[in-house]
Design a protein around this ligand. Sequence first.
Ligand code: UDP
Length: 446
Amino acid sequence: MGKRVLLFPVPYQGHINPMLEIAAILHSRGFSITIFHTSFNSIDSTRYPLYRFILVKDGEISNQLGSLDDDMVHRVIAWNNSCEQLFYDCLTSVLSEKNEESVACLIRDTHWYNLQYLANRLGVPTFVLRTGSAATLNWYLTFPQLVQKGYIPVQESQLNMPVIELAPLRMRDLPRFGNCNHEVIGDSLTHSMDAIRASSGIIVNTFDAIESTEVEKFQKAIPVPVFCIGPLHKFTPPSRSNLLDEDGSCLEWLDKQAVGSVLYVSFGSHACMKFEELIETAWGLADSGQPFIWVIRPGSILGKDEVELPDRFIEVISGHGKIISWAPQQEVLGHAAVGAFWTHNGWNSTLEAICEGVPMICRPQFADQMGNARYVTHVWKVGIELEGKLERGEIVKVIKRLMKEDEGVQIWQRMRALKHEASLSIKSDGSSSINIDKLVNVISSF
Ligand code: UDP
C-alpha cells in the first residue's frame, strides 16, 4: 500500500519553492503528495499534475489582513490564529477519506506553528521545514532573550556591537521585520520554537559543510532529529512554482555575453526600494560599464505602481544592460556569462549563488537577510557587503572590487571551493543525500 505525505507551505515565494522541492524529492521516492495551499498566493496546481492540491479557503481572512500585507509577522500570527478551524477541517477531511494510501506524515513550514498542535491532536507525525538557514534557528531562539536583556530594540549607537551569543553577528545583523514591535516578534518566534519541540523533527535547507556547527548548537537547545538535506533545488529540476511570469529572453541575451562578465541584480520576491534608490542603482549600474541583468519586480518601488526609470537610461544601457520583471533565477545564476550576483541575501538566493559558484554583492534589508549576508561576507568570505546609503559612486566601487580587482579574484576562488562542497553534499554518498535516505526511512516507518 502506498503512503501519502501532506505538505503545507507558507504562501510566499521563498517558502513555496523549497516545499515543492521536498515534494519532488519525496514523490521520486514513491510517496504520493498532497499540498495544502491558501487562496492568498495560491499555487498554480495545473503545473503539478502528479500532485493533489487542497485549497484552504482563507480568502476572507486574507482580505481582512490586506493592510498587513507588508508586515509578515502580523500576517503569520493572524493566519495561525484565524485559520485554525480551516486547517482542522482540511486535515480531518483528508484523514477520514477511505483511500488506498495512508497518510504517513505532514510537513509544515516553521511559521505554521499552530498546525503542529492540531496535527499532534489528530495523531499525524509532523516534520517542520525550515526554509532558511540553520543559523537562523539559533538567532530565533536567542531573540526573545535579547529582548528581555534590553538589547533589542537595538540602539543606533550599538549597531556595530558584536552579539556574543550569536557570533559572528553584530547588533545590526539581528533579524528585523519592518516596524513590527520587537515583543510581538519575540512572542511569535517563541511559538515557532516551542512548536518545533513538539514535532517529529526538523528538515533544514542547508548542508553540513556550511552549517554543521550551527546545527549542533541548535540540537543542543532543541533535541529533535534534524535532517539537513539542502541545497534542495539541486535535487530537482528548476522551480515551476513562480508566482510571477518569468522572462526567459534573458537567457538568450546571456548567450551573447562574455564568460563571467555579467552582474545579475535581483532582490527576491519581497524586498522593495525607494524611488531615490532606484535612480542611484540605475546610474550605478550604467556607470560601472559592466554588463548586467536587473530584475525590477512589479510593485517593488515604494510608492510607485509603475516603474519609472531615469530619462535616457534605457538608451545609455542599450547593448549592455537588460531589465526584466522576473528571471528564471537558477538558470541565470548557472549561466557561464554570469560573474556576480547583487542580492538581498534571501536564503534561497544565497544558496543558489553558492551552488553555481557566483560571488555576491550583499544588500540585505530585513528578516534573516542581514545575518545571511554576515555569513557570506565574514564566515564563507564569498561576497562583499554594500553598506550605508545607496549611492551610485559606491555601487560602481563595489562592482569593481568584486568583478575587476584582486579582492574579487580571491573571493571567486573561495566561492569555487564552496560550490565544490555543495556539489559533494548532493552526490549519492554526500551528507544531504544520506540525510534524505534517513528521512525517507523514518517517514516510511510511520
Ligand atoms: N526568484 C526567481 N526569479 C527572480 C527573483 C527570485 O526565480 O527574478 C526566486 C529565487 O530563485 C528564489 C526565490 O525566488 O528561489 C526567492 O527566495 P529568497 O529566499 O531568495 O528571497 P525572498 O523572496 O524570500 O525574499
